[in-house]
Design a protein. Sequence first.
Length: 405
Amino acid sequence: MRLDHIGLNVGDLPAMTTWYAAALDLTVEFEFALDDVDLRGVLLRSPAGFRLELLCRAGNTAGMRPADPADAALTRGYGHVAFDVPDVDAWHARLLAAGAAERMSPRPSPEPGVRMSYVSDPEANLIELLDRMQGRAPSYRFLHSKVPFQTPLAGKIALITGVGGGMGAMAASMFAAAGARVVGCDIDAGAAARTEATVRAEGGQITAMGGVDLGDPEQARSWVDAAVEVYGGIDVLYNNASTQRFGALDELGVEDWDFTMRNELSLVYYTVRAAWPHLKRHGGGSIINVGSIAALRGVEFMAQNAHSAAKGGVLALTLQLVVEGGPYGIRANAISPGLTETPNTAPLLADPPERLRRLVLDRIPLGRHGRAEDVVHAAIFLASDESSWISGSNIVIDGGASVLG
Ligand SMILES: NC(=O)c1ccc[n+]([C@@H]2O[C@H](COP(=O)([O-])OP(=O)(O)OC[C@H]3O[C@@H](n4cnc5c(N)ncnc54)[C@H](O)[C@@H]3O)[C@@H](O)[C@H]2O)c1
């Protein structure tokens, strides 16, 4: 199959993706990343027979252009439009008219809009290009398929606790899809392994360690140190894990209280404490602590004194981390979910008792209960550089419920 190619300099991958999609009526087919060579790319297709491949790599791209320090951000690189239509000149003219290219050349070149031709298998071309760079068959992972281009956590190393649970598994998956390299843990080894397998099957980069009890300061430290050893640092620490015991004040035992404090509050402290020197050495990072709206007001439908107090402690600790971490570039924020659907709560929400419906579900201004992704979207923002001047916030994610008291 003979293809005509137009070489492009990619100065801003998301912006160029959007521009070409609009200019040639293309849709994003997939984005991919090759983390071992710091390469990111996007493939767009048109029903008229175009394939647009934009590749960005830190350093030299396909041996065709010199290294540029700005490439480290993985937004600059090399791209080409591959035409496999008979009237290629007409389509090329359309691109020129849209302002894409000024000059044409018979040779491969990194100049903007330069035209080149060579024989290639349309399906293998990208792979060939990557092969030439690496001298080996690459394995690439899909970040998204048919979704808008967005990798706000590209290259970030994110430690997430409790990845075996509902929100933690979602966080591992969404953080990886957003470009993060995830190191997870959970006390439940089977659940951690399942999340690791799922995220890898989705093409994400993750190492999840099972059997880690973060309520033990030594285990918290070992996990954090192992994560730093694997990836070389920490950009994000997302304290999601917790277990608690519920019961009315005069029914909950002291042991239950202690258990809840250990597994909701102390584990956050131990993990932060273990990560602190690495974050300082790294020049800062983002700590995200999961609180709860139970810490902000009394909860009527179910007694949860120990849980509420522990989460109140998490919020107070977060504020103190803001002050102690600020001089080192460490940010600390909290997210406080309302009742959220996870595998644990799904049966309850599918058939809620009358009291739960009356006191909680019917009183959510936005008219639905939360989903794990509602919470994780906020965490992704707090993990990203877009929130680099936000420290000490507590994002309440409850459909507006807590303003009702
Ligand atoms: N689901 C909700 O409605 C809701 C509402 C408000 C706040 N939250 C908070 O959101 C977070 C996630 O909740 P979820 O619903 O996904 O819970 P979940 O129970 O599904 O997941 C929590 C995970 O943490 C792990 N874990 C518990 N103790 C641990 C320990 N000592 N060491 C290591 N791992 C441990 C568990 O094994 C589990 O996999 C929690 O902090 C929770 O308090 C949840």
